[in-house]
Structures are given as C-alpha cells and as structure tokens.
Ligand binder design. Sequence first.
Ligand SMILES: C[S@@+](CC[C@H](N)C(=O)[O-])C[C@H]1O[C@@H](n2cnc3c(N)ncnc32)[C@H](O)[C@@H]1O
Length: 274
Amino acid sequence: MSRRKQHVPWTAAGTASEQQHSADDVVRETGWVFNNRTGRELDLAAFVETGDHETLAYLQAFGLDAGIEHQSLVEIGSGIGRMTASFSRMFARVTACDLDGAFLERCRETVAQFGRPERLQTCHVDDGRTLLIADASTDLAFSYITLQHCHPSDALALTREAVRITRPGGHVALNYRTWTASDAALWPAGKVVRGSFRVPGVGPMLARHRLTARVGWQANRLGPATVLPEVAEHLRDVRLVRSPQRSPFGVAGVEETTYVGVHPSHWWLIGTVR
Ligand SMILES: C[S@@+](CC[C@H](N)C(=O)[O-])C[C@H]1O[C@@H](n2cnc3c(N)ncnc32)[C@H](O)[C@@H]1O
C-alpha cells in the first residue's frame, strides 16, 4: 500500500476505471475526478473536447505555442488523457506521467482514439514524486490540477523534477493552488476527510464518493514564496500567471501577468531552464 493517504482517492478511481468495459463507461464512472462533470450522457469524445479547449489556450496564454510541432512535452498528472490526446496532436513527442498505472492504460486508449498514439510514451510515477525520465530530455514540462493533490514535499519534489528533465532553453509550465478565503472551512475539513481515507472499511468507500473525495483530495496550498526557492537558481525569465480576480503575489524581481482562464485559487509558474 502506498505510504501517502492523498494517493488513496486516485488509486481508488484508477481501480474503478479498470472495472469498466468501455472508455465511455470510464468517463461516466470516474471522469468527474478530472473535470467535475457527471451524467449518463457523457462520453470520451465530450471529455476529450474539454481538454482540447484548454491545451492551446494555456500554451498561447503562456507564450509557449511556437514551434511545438517539433518539440517534446512531459505532462505530469495526465490522468486518463483528457488533455494528452490534444497534446499528442500538437507536439512531436508526449510523455504522460501519472501516479496511477490504470489511468495510464486508459490514457493510451484515449490517445489511440483521439490523438496520435505513435507519439505517446507513459511514465508511472510510482512513489508520487520521482519521474523516471532522463535529465534535460524534454522541451516543455507541463502540469495542470495535479500538484495541488500531492503531499507538499512531493509537489515540491515534482517541481524540481520538472526542471531537471527540461533541457536548457526549454520551459516549465506548472499549476499550483494557494490560499483563498474559503479555505478557512475547506482546509480543516479536507484534513479530517483525508485522515479518514485510511480507516479500514469506511475509508475506501469515502475515497470513492464524489463529495468526500473532492473535500479530501486537495493536499496542499503552495504559494510562490514556497515554490520559487526550490528551483529559482535553475530558471530564468520566471513569470507567475494568476487570475485577474486575485491580488498580486508581489515577489520581488519576479514578473506577474494575469489570464482570465486561471482559477482565482490557482497560479502558474512559467520559466525557462538555464
Ligand atoms: C485532477 S486530475 C488532472 C488530470 C489532468 N491534468 C486533467 O486536467 O485532466 C489529477 C491527476 O494527478 C494524478 N496525481 C495525483 N497525485 C500525483 C502524484 N503525486 N504524482 C503524479 N500524479 C499524481 C492523479 O492520479 C490524477 O490523474
């Protein structure tokens, strides 16, 4: 069993995804863990379309969309390939990384149907913090709504890993969640619920239930002041991208821009590897 209680809801959803016959059934049963949509009418095509709308929009917002047809991308936390299919159509090579091996199998299926499977590799992040990928081997390391689900030290380890695997001159685009007013209630509730995921009998049930999974699965709040010292010496042209609804982080010497597509509780670290 994995040592981290925050892995439980993901491995539970991964196991549930293995029990489904078709990829459309996987989306109906477990798709909500990725894009919070439910309903019997859902199918894989509609699920992938939600990713299609986000991939290019983010790359353009971050100024990372030029020349990507010749580039490689590593996606940290791919899930069942909601965005991976689109990335595989845009980039020459894509490596999808995830904590859950069953998600990666489904990701291959998603890319086979809606992307370019011959461009895809997968990487199982067995310990939740180490990427089995060579140093300086990718053009872009990208992660969306994943690092917020990791133990704080794992999120910081994956941040360092993202920089390690990116070639000099390549980029990182990494998404984090930080504090908002609603955390006064959400954060303590999340801690209690996460603790319950390990209780024999009831824990696995709570981890698979939509409401409790959602309350418990955000395992950290990380702001730029905590993340930047981990990697700043290896990056240049660092930029923080936040929601226009959020006040500036105000880190000395670090550029900040806003993008309407960023959730007010989220921020992105964009940087070029030295
Ligand atoms: C909310 S989903 C996002 C998936 C994808 N980025 C998307 O937008 O559809 C979070 C993903 O991160 C994965 N994950 C959670 N903790 C992880 C960790 N420590 N290392 C790697 N992947 C992790 C989960 O298994 C899940 O597939």
